[in-house]
Design a protein around this ligand. Structure first.
Ligand SMILES: Cc1ncc(COP(=O)(O)O)c(C=O)c1O
Length: 364
């Protein structure tokens, strides 16, 4: 049996009729940018998350760039961010001239809230929280610190659509929540897309204007903006998928819980849940193994496809060489990067396929 790490076709086929109907509806409408589909998606996504406002943009990275721009911090100000994350989380604010202060992860792979205060200095103005792999970070503790030091909070929810603590969804704890709808994401479109959610009207107004050349009124421009609009086709297709998001999340969670309950190999360190099942939407199922090369070879032999999210932490990337960090600066993160491995998990994965992976991995 060959097991893919991820596949997008099965979940398209699940709702194929609805998608095709929506495509036809949008194409026949004769209106393709900033129309009713975007407007309705924004309303529905805000409501789904329990936020007042939502603005659709062109990608998750744009959502982060626009969110930080709307906070009006000064170049050189510092932003506390997880050392262990996808590099786009960091690019969102460094593009605004802001400087990262990295914090090592806790045992749940998210920023360790107990280590945040150590890096707060006079230039610290914000925290960029990432809910990595689908698990919500320790928002109650992070918000306590943010409030104590008067820091803005941007949540990177690109991997965590719908993850919550006591019913309060990610993206609604801080000032702004940023989402990606890249096709592999839990709420993935059929191309690029992103959104921000907020309860702050000024932030909503500003991002709404900036995504459209800095214009509120057609052909009148208040600021030098961007072209970063979610298009009608993506918005329409995302509306279809949003209606099924909770069942898609349950489907992922069921497979993930089977891995958690049935993988019984001491050589494979399983992820832990910090805030119960609701706190994790299992965008990725990441485990740790001591001898990763041997594990990869074993899985290759058994036709189980693996990925590494991510092999190189941002502070060691060429992109951030200018910050002057070296190997050894963030040992917890670096050790994770050397041992993590992502098991197959996607919507539409068959029960027999999950069982095959479990059986094979228990024999490693
Ligand atoms: C944590 C995180 N932040 C930001 C992004 C950027 O999203 P996008 O690819 O839509 O720009 C991604 C995904 O690619 C991500 O995983």
């Amino acid at each position: 049996m060959k097991i893919e790490n991820n596949q997008l076709l099965p979940q398209y086929l699940m709702y194929k009729e609805e998608y095709l109907k929506k495509v036809e509806e949008v194409l026949e409408s004769g209106w393709y940018v900033l129309g009713n589909e975007v407007k309705n998606f924004e309303q529905e996504f805000a409501e789904y998350n329990g936020a007042k406002y939502c603005v659709g943009v062109a990608s998750g990275l744009d959502a982060l760039i626009l969110a930080f721009e709307a906070l009006h911090l000064n170049p050189g100000d510092e932003v506390i961010a997880p050392a262990n994350t996808y590099i786009a989380s960091i690019m969102g604010f460094t593009r605004n001239g802001l400087v990262p202060k990295f914090v090592e992860p806790d045992e749940y792979y998210n920023m360790d809230a107990t280590k945040i205060e150590e890096v707060i200095g006079p230039k610290t103005k914000a925290i960029c929280v990432v809910h990595l792999y689908g698990q919500i970070a320790n928002m109650p503790e992070i918000m306590k610190i943010a409030n104590k030091y008067n820091l803005k909070v941007v949540e990177d929810c690109a991997q965590s659509h719908g993850a919550s603590i006591n019913g309060k969804k990610c993206g609604t704890w801080g000032d702004v929540g940023c989402f990606s709808f890249y096709p592999t994401k839990n709420l993935g479109g059929f191309g690029d897309g992103g959104a921000i959610i907020t309860n702050n009207k000024e932030i909503d107004d500003e991002i709404r204007m900036m995504r459209n050349y800095g214009s509120k009124k057609t052909y009148y421009f208040e600021k030098v903006g961007y072209n970063s609009r979610l298009d009608e086709l993506q918005a329409g297709l995302l509306r279809v998928k949003l209606q099924h998001l909770d069942e898609l999340t349950d489907d992922r969670r069921n497979d993930a819980l089977r891995y958690l309950n049935e993988l019984k190999n001491p050589k494979i360190k399983l992820p832990k849940l910090k805030f119960g099942e609701a706190g994790h939407v299992f965008h990725l199922f990441v485990v740790e193994v001591e001898n990763r090369n041997a594990f990869i070879q074993y899985c290759e032999k058994n036709e189980i496809s693996l990925k590494i999210h991510y092999p190189q932490p941002p502070h060691l990337s060429d992109a951030y060489k200018y910050l002057g960090y070296h190997r050894g600066d963030f040992p917890v993160t670096e050790n994770m990067a050397d041992h993590i491995i992502t098991l197959p998990l996607y919507n539409g994965m068959l029960s027999d396929e999950v069982k095959y992976v479990i059986d094979k991995l228990n024999c490693f």
